[in-house]
Design a protein around this ligand. Structure first.
Ligand SMILES: *[C@@H]1O[C@H](CO)[C@@H](O)[C@H](O)[C@H]1NC(C)=O
Length: 245
């Protein structure tokens, strides 16, 4: 009887691992066939050879791009280079990425930018909020954009015990944003195991100076987040497409 139970358990565990493996492969697009489509109106932006992570576009057509993310399990093109923020002007016919200078004593060596989001106040000052992973922690950095100097002035680092494994943010007002957490554990092995098991326990946080709270959970991997004009927001699950070539 004990043997039978053991065999049943073994069978069930193997079936579970098999199912998880398939789901994991599928979620990364590894077994999906796609028809190749020629990109329309696409130009290669020079100056971003070390990769780009997130983009946020201002109404004027200026776009910020975060680059150089170092993240567990993800390939990195320049492991010894710190992360950077680039600016492109989408009004130009052949826009070129220009690295933005960062001033005001910000520690650039450990800059590891992930999701970004802009906010324009009533005086038309542009602020850039950046999810940062210095030494694999999660902070949110606030910069003021100086358009004439093409630079970012560091204003503030936001830290909070709930701001862990942050992936992306969308800013609603001064120091007020929603943020996605794409995994729960911070330990590298546990984080990978967690993604593999797909436990649906990643979440969306609301942050304001007065209140920080989890507002939604149960996502397989809460990734990008953006807000619609009526201020209803949505999250997209991590999804990678691999070209047939
Ligand atoms: C990309 O990384 C290499 C080092 O691996 C560095 O020399 C180069 O300046 C980087 N390019 C940009 C645009 O950051």
């Amino acid at each position: 009887m004990a043997k039978l139970l053991l065999l049943t358990l073994l069978g069930a565990s193997l079936a579970f691992v098999g199912e998880r493996l398939l789901a994991f492969r599928n979620s990364f697009g590894a077994v999906q066939e796609l028809e190749p489509v020629e990109p329309q109106n696409c130009v290669l932006i020079e100056g971003l050879e070390n990769g780009s992570e997130d983009i946020d576009i201002l109404p004027s057509g200026l776009a910020f791009i975060s680059s150089g993310l170092k993240y567990p399990g993800m390939p990195n093109f320049a492991p010894d280079e710190p992360g950077k923020i680039f600016l492109i002007d989408m009004n130009e016919k052949n826009p070129r990425a220009q690295e933005l200078e960062i001033s005001n004593g910000f520690e650039k060596e450990s800059f590891n930018p992930h999701g970004i989001s802009t906010f324009i106040d009533k005086d038309q000052t542009v602020y850039l909020y950046v999810v940062n992973h210095p030494h694999m922690k999660s902070t949110v950095e606030i910069f003021k954009f100086e358009e004439q100097q093409r630079s970012l002035v560091h204003l503030k680092t936001i830290k909070h015990e709930l701001l862990k494994s942050v992936n992306n943010i969308v800013v609603l007002g001064p120091e007020q944003f929603y943020a996605t957490r794409d995994h729960y554990f911070t330990n590298y092995v546990l984080a990978l195991l967690e993604m593999f098991l797909d436990l649906h326990w990643t979440s969306v946080l609301f942050y304001s100076p007065k209140e920080v709270k989890v507002v939604a959970k149960g996502f397989s991997s809460a990734n990008g987040i953006t807000v619609s004009l009526d201020k209803k927001y949505f999250v997209s699950r991590m999804f990678c497409l691999r070209s047939p070539g």
